[in-house]
Design a protein. Structure first.
Lengths: 525, 525
């Protein structure tokens, strides 16, 4: 099977052999993807003209309805997406749900909140600014949808959610989508796009997909386009420093992996509710999707006094996790996505081991359930320990994008803040404690270098939404190492797909321009 | 005289010969600037630690008061700044006022609007987001001042205003400033900083200045810092693609020169008020600061039917402009900043002449009043004409950063929109017409590719604030060619110096964190 590309309102097969998509459990080839011979420039032009024209005629409310229909179609095909997730990503039921159900949930969320924007086609921001004493001349800020295409360069670990969360905000803004999923797991995204196209929900040009190499995509983007990238910091840098992207100041949002931390407060005694919630969350983050989440916990910050207790508790739980072929119902954790990623994990673990001791796992010859280690891409859940966080180097910098975390001992609040900040910008940190003053000081100490800080105390208990879960109503993204981007955060996500500008002129004109506008304060409500 | 650098709370002279600052009228050397031997890393560290600590203890309101005191000091030294402007920039009274008074006005504006933020130290954005059915877990978005330094890399044409407008927003946000003015006109910025330092207004570390080469400044910025750049698109690209800036995702705002257009509506008959207002504005934009404004009009879009009439009217007025030594009270237009800029203007004009005819000026051997052409850096006001805008290439791309504009004929609304968009992103466009429908369609046709659109009809008359004037209450910046940045726009300017993040946790904690916070909706009011 060769995955077809959907451009200019047509399904087109790329030429040449293309790249293989494999089953990470069996190593078998599932499909091939090629964009060779696809006219990327024409694809973008088609989106910018046909797609823009059609979407631009709709109001926010009408576009929100389209999202609702898309969510329905996706929900109806859930079983097939779970099947593809298992085949192409080695996903357990829980893994597939996290990606697929998460994507549909996000699409539904934007359909719902998008309706609140009503019948406008652009946003009006703030009141008129007086610019003349007699009142004949004033200013009015507007936010207008960008007139180009929304180009998504997505990561392999969320073929469903990554597509849905970005497409929802772009389409709601009236901006056509051109998605380039990571080749290794492009099948699921391609199937979703195909189902949406088949259902005839979106106007022609509103959606396109390229399966395979991005080819000249970056050479062809223009001032009017935006690029939303998810993936490695290295690739983010490549995109942002691309000559054409620089020359045209193409707007780029980038969400990169980060060295996220979770932290146990000094007050949380072993065996306490908070302690147990903390251990449970670390296990969940290490094993869900085999640790392949940009939000996953990489550093586990623990008070030195409880270092041994935490270490033992996590190791004991990790020992119970059944790892192997997700077709076996007992299995709780599957493989990483392919041999390349497995090798990258092994390489990262080698570096970490130079300065950390191994508490659990860490074996490259580990035997997964119902799978051949030679053909499959498993990584054993691995817990490392670092007693001297301040002098450690790799712990704060090397990301093992798999089921691995490192315990780091800290001495007091300031030390904890310093260690968390050593991540140099993260998507998320979480804190588990019953001490309100400690929680407050910690949040204020690290907030500016994080996109999200999750706090769990006994009053929250199990009702928190999870360290690694991205809620569409809350900001996702982070500074520095995390890429400096912003996604989701409710209707704030629309900001990326709009351009702010100000009109200075007679108040009558400003009012005329305001007529098809919606109040931008709704974005921040 | 060697301009000293102010870093780590001390005045330090750079070593070596440094670079010369010259009088563009006489060619005489005025001062030298050198950063050689300055420890830039230590300078930034000092700002991040001492400056941050001190500013962070103040509320927005208290910082607004500091801005007010700074404005007072600057206003008191106005005469000296005018003197330096004349010497180092060849500024007329009007030119000096535009830069100096504009800067003081902007500082005062931020002092005033900043007081409305009251006693908070950070911003709370929107209501709590429910995240659990029982209400024990919720989300709250905050905007926290960045914890680093605000690094300004500024342009030569606004040594006063460029410093003031950026410093106002940064300091109001609680972020220490490290300014690196363009070397050729660094004297004025340096004098302003010196006056502020001498007045003892700001806490130690809140302000630093480097006069001369930026040296390793870009190698030393961190995740917590922000860079605000004004200058050429080429330098903007260099900053954004710098390895350290990319690696750390350092936030960069860039405001670059653009090929701004002004447009006369088809309804404006020669001799009408709107026609005359249009001609007056073109003349003002061409000659004020000798055309050295990033917002200046580069393309003058005129209905083909009135092309000759506009051409004649502008040429006639240009003929009346006295160009020369600003020490002569009759002179209305001075030189460009130096011989390098003069050569760059001549080079640009040569390219434009390949596809344009010369309506007025354009002579390299032109004789300025009271100045020696061999030693001075004058450029004759030059009006070019391009009858075929659609096929023209340089007209939409080559910026002559001096007193030069090109008339471009257009046929109808769509043609006008297409031509304006050929600038590929501009800071500003202006439109002069009495036809509300035309004005509305034009604004909607070009708004997304502009930061600002100014509209003048007979009801506005002379009360508009000017095509090239940047009002602190309105957005300054533009997409694409204009750099993709955003400055000013009232309190929205503070967004660049804050980081958005979300805290998820028990509502009691979110409320505790909200206590020192101000409602972020004030930014958009």
């Amino acid at each position: 099977m060769k995955l077809q590309n959907y451009v200019r309102g047509e399904w087109i097969e790329g030429s040449g052999p293309g790249d293989a998509l494999v089953d990470p459990v069996t190593g078998e080839e599932l499909a091939r993807a090629s964009t060779q011979g696809i006219d990327v420039a024409a694809a973008l032009d088609f989106a910018r003209s046909k797609g823009q024209d059609a979407l631009g005629k709709l109001t926010y409310e009408q576009r929100a309805e389209l999202l609702g229909k898309m969510a329905e179609v996706l929900a109806a095909n859930r079983a097939e997406y779970f099947r593809i997730s298992q085949l192409n990503s080695g996903a357990t039921e829980a893994d597939a749900s996290f990606d697929v159900d998460g994507g549909v949930y996000t699409m539904k969320y934007y359909s719902k909140v998008g309706r609140s924007l009503g019948a406008g086609k652009r946003l009006k921001e703030g009141a008129q600014v007086p610019l003349s004493k007699t009142g004949v001349f004033a200013g009015q800020h507007f936010l207008m949808p960008v007139r180009g295409a929304a180009v998504f360069i997505n990561a392999f670990n969320f073929p469903a959610w990554g597509f849905c969360e970005k497409a929802a905000a772009a389409l709601l803004s009236g901006v056509p989508v051109v998605v380039k999923p990571a080749t290794s797991t492009a099948w699921l995204t391609q199937k979703m796009v195909a189902d949406i196209v088949d259902a005839g929900i979106l106007p022609t040009g509103a959606i396109s997909i390229l399966c395979g190499s991005a080819r000249e995509l970056l050479d062809e983007v223009r001032e009017e386009d935006v690029i939303s990238f998810t993936g490695s910091a290295q690739n983010a840098g490549r995109i942002r420093s691309h000559a054409n992207v620089l020359k045209r100041s193409v707007r780029v949002n980038s969400e990169a992996d980060s060295i996220n931390s979770t932290l146990l407060g000094p007050d949380a005694a072993p065996g306490s509710d908070v302690f147990n919630l903390f251990v449970r969350e670390v296990i969940r983050e290490m094993t869900l999707k085999a640790g392949q989440k940009c939000t996953a916990i990489r550093r586990v910050l623990v008070p030195r006094s409880n270092f041994a207790a935490v270490s033992e508790a996590i190791a004991a739980k990790l020992g119970e996790v059944k790892v192997g072929n997700p077709r076996n119902k007992e299995v709780k954790m599957g493989p990483v996505v392919n041999k390349t990623q497995q090798a990258s994990c092994f390489e990262g673990l080698k570096k970490l081991k130079e300065e950390c001791s191994v508490v659990f796992g860490g074996s490259e010859s580990f035997q997964p359930i119902d799978a051949d280690p030679a053909k499959s891409a498993f990584v054993q859940p691995t817990l490392l320990a670092c007693e001297d966080g301040a002098s450690a180097k790799y712990v704060h910098d090397v990301e093992v994008f798999g089921p691995a975390s490192t315990l780091v001992a800290y001495d007091d609040l300031n030390d904890a803040v310093d260690i968390a900040r050593r991540g140099l910008g993260s998507l998320v940190a979480s804190v588990f404690s019953s001490d309100p003053a400690f929680l407050r000081d910690l949040v204020l100490g690290i907030g500016d270098l994080h996109g999200r800080v999750m706090v769990v105390d006994p009053s929250v208990g199990k009702e928190h939404t999870g360290h690694g879960n991205v809620m569409p109503s809350c900001l996702h993204g982070g500074p520095g190492r995390a890429g400096g981007g912003e996604e989701l955060a409710g209707l704030r996500a629309l900001l990326f797909y709009h351009r702010r500008f100000v009109v200075q002129g007679p108040p009558s004109l400003l009012e005329a321009l305001s007529q098809e506008s919606v109040d931008a304060s709704l974005l921040y409500a």
